[in-house]
Structure formats: C-alpha cells, structure tokens
Design a protein around this ligand. Structure first.
Ligand code: GLA
Length: 437
C-alpha cells in the first residue's frame, strides 16, 4: 500500500477531485502492518436476534461488552487480540428519517457510539459490519452506492475502528464501483478505519476477475473464499483452496493487506483437539487474521492454550508479513508448509491428512529446500521442546497425529563456510584450520 502522498494531500485529492488518481484510490491508513487479531461474532453467534429466549447469546450490546470484558481480563488483549467485531444483524430493519443506519433499539439501547466507547475504555478496538448492496446477507439495510459516504461518516462518528463490507445483493459492476469508493469515503472521514473487503469472495477469488493489485491498494484484508462453518470439513475446504491457489495468493499478501481465510473456530464444537491445533498452525503460516469466533466466556482451557500460544502469535505477527505456502505433499499424506520469517527464521508445519494413527515422518531439511550451509535449531511450537544440531542433510523423524500438526520455529545457529563433510575431512590435517563462522 505504498502511497507517495501525505495524508493531507490525499484528503485534498479526495475532497477536491484533483487528478492525483493514485492517491485518491489508495487506502493509506497505516493499519494492520501485521494480521489483525481479535474476535468476530458471526461463526459462533450468527443472526441470533431473539434476546427474549436467549439473552446471553443474542446479537446485542451485552454480547459485545461480555466479549470485550473477556478480551481485556483474560490475557487476550496483551497478546494482541484487540478487535471486538460486530457482524451482521445489528441494525434496525429500516434506516432513520435522515437515511442513517441505526442499530436495533432493543438490542443496542445505548447505540453503537456508547458501545465503542465502552470497548475503547477496555483498551480494545471496535469493528462493525456493512454490506455493499440493497440488503445485508441477513436481510438488514445495505449500503447502496449513493449511501457509501454517509455510512462511512456514521461509522467514523461512532468511533468505529474497522469495517467489514460484505457483498450480498450487489452486482459485479456495483462492487467494482463501490469497494474503491468506500476506501475514499473512509479516507475522507479522517479516522483510521481498517477495511475488510468481501469483494473477491463474490467474484470467485481469482484473477482475472479479481484484481489483487487493486485490492492491495484499497483494502487491509479481504475474504476470497466461502464462509467457514463449525466443522473440520470446512477448514479443509478452505485450506485446499488456499493451497491450490497459493501462487496467486501468497504474492498478494503483505504488511497492511492480507488474505483472510475466515475466522478461527477453535473452542466451538466442530474441531477435535488435534484439528484445533492444526487450524491455529495453518492459519498462522498463512499469515491469516486471527479473528476468533467462539464464546470466550466458556472457552475450555485447552482451546485457550492453543489460541494464546506466545510463539505461535509471534510467528503469525512476524514483521516481514510473508504468507507461507505448502512446499511438499507426500504420498504418505503428510503435507509440509513453510513460512519465511524475519532473522532468517522459518515456521514449518508438518500436517497429517491421515486418519489411521500417529505417523512417523522422516525427512531432512535439505529435502525441504534448506540448502544453506548452516546448522539449525528448532523449537516445537506446541511442546516447547528444542531440537538442536539440525544439519540440512541429516534425517530426522517426527510423529504427527491424525489430522494434527507438528510445528517448528526454525532458525540457523551456525553458518559454515565450507560444507560440513569438507570441514570434517580436512580438519584432522596438520596445519589446517577450518573457519567456522
Ligand atoms: C456472508 C459473509 C459472512 C457473514 C454473513 C452475515 O455470508 O461471508 O462472513 O458476514 O454474510 O450474514
């Protein structure tokens, strides 16, 4: 999202319609240099609006205040989980007399501004949902092209920090006009509002229909595939699509602009312990947003440990912001994923698609394309164990559980000027002193 113009110039260009087209079209809000982290209501709480029958779980200010409290009090915020994001079904069924979006008065009696104030008072950020089209996917008022500027101003006035703009009930042409227009409208508000675009998901997610260069300039993140459901099949379908299209997708992610494979469902009902660990590890190598959709009030200790793994989060939040990819698909149904990290480190995920028993997988770093003449050390991200003295050509064996992962944080500990064998052969010779850097 490089933009040669200052914020002030950009605003001028946007407001006055000057010929600085690149500036006028760029979202340079400086946000999300690493993937966003937080909580998003949709997968777990859907469009449950019946607060009479289900007051604890309906889409209401109470739900979001509860989640804000949990994020602030249970150690999430300090780890980076700061977004409290509303999804669909928060609105009243009609706009007000001035055409402004309004929240459902019974479920949000104090309004969104008061809710955002509360979220901010807890040291967190507030996200909201809109839909470019006549209706939201759940049938609430949408944002048509002529309402974009008004809605952006409303969100800014309420103190919103992030907008997810869905794309139900709009045409391809309206989306092509509307998504960039919302970028401009958000810029003009002067409030930094992160912008999540569902546009590519409505256009098949791939070029030539999807222009990722443009998206990288106008959105901080984008959904490009179907909705996650509370099932392992759903996680696998998303992962497979990401792997099949990784040449396209890897290249377009980076600081400020991310692919979004959708929410983390860890802590819900559909994933086993191993599968939960797998979703976390795989989303982390994909440099995906870590937006949980679960019930933080009742989360199990094991789910919490997976989601709060510090080394995992450090990897997800690596400042280089390079998305990882699948580098090997073995006949044994082990898949290996690699994400390059800063300080010459890497994240490796050994993922088992097997359904029989823990599998003993033997490989070497050389087979995984580590050709540097170096010795490596790895930290197992889940067990914390350190594995030292890994030379590229040496075989090692790990045990990967069915639908589970072994994940390593790998880094060189020593670079050798000469190949190890050469050093070993020569070092016994009189007067020869190998240089080991
Ligand atoms: C679409 C989106 C989901 C969610 C729902 C809400 O399906 O892809 O993430 O926002 O709409 O209705």
């Amino acid at each position: 999202m490089f933009n040669p113009c200052s914020r002030a110039m950009k605003l001028l260009a946007c407001v006055c319609g000057l010929a600085l087209v690149a500036c006028a079209l760029a979202l340079e809000n400086g946000l999300m240099r690493t993937p966003p982290m937080g909580w998003l209501a949709w997968e777990r709480f859907r469009c449950n609006t019946d607060c009479k029958i289900d007051p604890q779980n309906c889409i209401s200010e109470r739900l979001f205040m509860d989640m804000a409290d949990r994020l602030a009090d249970d150690g999430w915020k300090e780890l980076g989980y700061v977004y409290v994001n509303i999804d669909d079904c928060w609105m009243a069924k009609q706009r007000d007399a001035s055409g402004q979006l309004v929240p459902d008065p019974e479920r949000f009696p104090r309004g969104i501004k008061a809710l955002a104030d509360y979220v901010h008072s807890r040291g967190l950020k507030m996200g909201i949902y809109g839909d470019l089209g006549t209706y939201t996917c759940g049938g609430y008022p949408g944002t048509t092209l002529d309402q974009i500027e008004q809605d952006a101003l409303t969100f800014a006035h309420w103190g919103v920090d992030m907008l997810k703009l869905d794309g139900c009930y709009s045409s391809e042409d309206e989306q092509a006009q509307g998504y960039p227009r919302m970028t401009k409208a958000l810029n003009v508000t002067g409030r930094p509002i992160a912008y999540s675009c569902s546009w590519p998901a409505y256009q098949g997610g791939l070029p030539p229909k999807v222009n990722y260069t443009l998206l990288g300039n106008i959105c901080n993140l984008w959904r490009n595939y179907g909705d996650i459901q509370d099932s392992w099949d759903s996680v696998l379908a998303i992962l497979d699509w990401y792997s099949e299209n990784q040449d396209v997708l890897q290249a377009v992610a980076g600081p400020g602009h991310w692919n979004d494979p959708d929410m983390l469902i860890i802590g819900n009902f559909g994933l086993s312990f191993e599968q939960s660990r797998s979703q976390m590890a795989l989303w982390t190598v994909l440099a995906a947003p870590l937006l949980m959709s679960n019930d933080l009030r009742t989360l199990s200790q094991s789910a919490k440990e997976i989601l709060q793994n510090k080394l995992m989060i450090k990897i997800n939040q690596d400042p280089l912001g390079i998305q990882g990819r699948m580098i090997l698909k073995e006949k044994s149904h082990i898949e290996v994923f690699l994400r390059p990290l800063s300080h010459s480190a890497s994240a490796l995920v050994f993922f088992s698609r097997r359904t029989d028993m823990p599998y003993r997988y033997t490989t070497s770093l050389a087979r995984l394309n580590f050709t540097e003449n170096a010795v490596y050390e790895a930290q197992d991200v889940y067990s914390g164990n350190i594995i030292s003295g890994l030379a590229p050509e040496h075989n090692f064996t790990i045990i990967v559980n069915p639908s589970g992962v072994v994940m390593w944080y790998l880094y060189p500990t020593m670079y050798l000027e000469q190949p190890l064998n050469f050093v070993r052969q020569q070092s016994s010779m009189k007067g020869f002193h190998p240089l080991v850097l």
